[in-house]
Design a protein around this ligand. Sequence first.
Ligand code: NAP
Length: 241
Amino acid sequence: MKRLLILGGTGDAAKLAREASQMSDLEVVYSLAGRTRNPNLPECKVRIGGFGGVDGLVSYLSEAEIDLVIDATHPFARAMAQHAAEACVQANIPRLKFCRPAWRQGDVSWISVVDYAGAAEYLKELGDRIFLSIGTRDLKAFSSLTEKWFLIRAVEQPAMPIPLDNHELLLERGPFDEAHERTLLVTCQIDALVSKNSGGAMAAKLTAAHDLGIPIVMIEQPDLPEGKVLDRIEDVLEWLQ
Ligand code: NAP
């Protein structure tokens, strides 16, 4: 019996954990940072909370007798990805990064930026009413834009106050279809949309904004640590075999 640690926190990661749990001779441990109050939990062993950096993760891998690691965290979970890469090298354990392919421009086009500060800089010229569709943890970079009004969307009430003078918080859980997103953009009179390039199927907010001629500012994915990356669950299951 081998023991697999899946670093999770996305719908795809939970799906992968469910499917990997069906494999014979494999015990799956699914790990979450513990940010969400009602997380999507697969039917396997679950652990919740940080490991305590690289050293903490190296200790955990040894104590929990982990044989291999799949980092299926969100592409913007940069610290966890780096820690996983370093800890697995130190512990001499195979590690795979699972990451949905980033969205590419084609039918939908956007202004690409590398970080939140870059997005905030562009917004200065892009109207007054902004749909800041990036979650609620990285909003500080936009707090100097005091003349703007921001629409923020979250699944649940954020633990910390939102650091923006003028904003409205909308609590709703996706997935959202294009009609829903179009109505939201029109009703809120949105002038520009900011998104992270989370990848996978093209998000309805992007196609809706594009159709309405609303400019999109896209924060592109940070570089991944070196190592094997797969972007389809089927390929990951094959790698596990
Ligand atoms: P992060 O900045 O890379 O990680 C910060 C710290 O959180 C890590 O150093 C680690 O703490 C802990 N951590 C993160 N993921 C963990 C996991 N799966 N299991 C155990 N500990 C974990 O990550 P983040 O951007 O805060 O994201 C946190 C979680 O939310 C991840 O699971 C990610 O998949 C999910 N998520 C993130 C985004 C996003 O846009 N960033 C979007 C959707 C979902 P220690 O150093 O103490 O080990």
